[in-house]
Design a protein around this ligand. Sequence first.
Ligand SMILES: CC(C)(COP(=O)(O)OP(=O)(O)OC[C@H]1O[C@@H](n2cnc3c(N)ncnc32)[C@H](O)[C@@H]1OP(=O)(O)O)[C@@H](O)C(=O)NCCC(=O)NCCS
Length: 193
Amino acid sequence: MMAENNQPGRPIFPYQVKQIVTSRLILRPMCDEDIDYFHDIRTRPEVMKWTHKRKIDNDIQETKSWINRFLRPDRSNPPFHLSIIEKTTGHIIGMAGVYTLHPQAELGYMLHPDKWGVGYATEALTAFLQKWWELPRYNQDKASNIEDWLFADAHKENGVSLRLMEKLGFERYTVFVEDGDEIIGLRLRSSLY
Ligand SMILES: CC(C)(COP(=O)(O)OP(=O)(O)OC[C@H]1O[C@@H](n2cnc3c(N)ncnc32)[C@H](O)[C@@H]1OP(=O)(O)O)[C@@H](O)C(=O)NCCC(=O)NCCS
C-alpha cells in the first residue's frame, strides 16, 4: 500500500484549489491570517486529545508552526489543506486536509467544538473528498482503471470520527497502539477512471 508520489493515480502537486462551496460552508486554502481562529480551536483539550499531538498548543507560536507546514509545503506536505468557513458568520470553524503524502496520503480534520453535531463535518468532507478524487493525477491519460487510496486514523474511543469516516465510505483495516492508545486505521479506495 505504500506508494511513491508519482505512481499512477496519485495527485499531481502543486495544485491550486480556489474554493469549494457547499450549502452552508466555504472551503478555501489556509492562510496566515487564519491563525487566531486555529489557535482558538487548537487550545481546546476536547479537540486536541484526538490528534497525534494529543496536547493543546501552548502558545501562538506552536499554532504558527502547525500552519506553516501547510503554507510552505515540501515534498511530503501537499498544499491541500483547507480552512472551513461558516457562510452565515464568515468565521473559520475548522479545517480539512491531506496533511501528508508520505508514505501514504492521510486525511485529517477538526472543527471548533461550538460547531459540532450539526452535520458540518459531513458536509465539508463530502465536498472535500469529491474534489480530492477529481485532482489531476499521474497517468490520467491512460484509459486503464487506476486505483488510489486515502488513509486516515482515529482513536478507538473517538466514536464521532469513526462514525463520520465510515459514513464517508472508509473501511477499518488495522489497529495499532500509539502512545498507549489504541488507534484504528481506515482507508478509502477510489477507482479513478
Ligand atoms: C470529528 C468532528 C470533526 C465531527 O464534526 P461534526 O460536524 O460534529 O460531525 P457531524 O455533525 O457531521 O456528525 C458526524 C456523525 O457523527 C455523529 N455524531 C455527532 N456527534 C456525536 C456524538 N456526540 N456522539 C455520537 N455520534 C455523534 C453524527 O450523528 C453523525 O452521524 P449520523 O449522520 O449518522 O447522524 C468533530 O467532532 C471534531 O472536530 N472532533 C475533534 C477533532 C477530531 O476528532 N478530529 C479527527 C481526528 S481522527
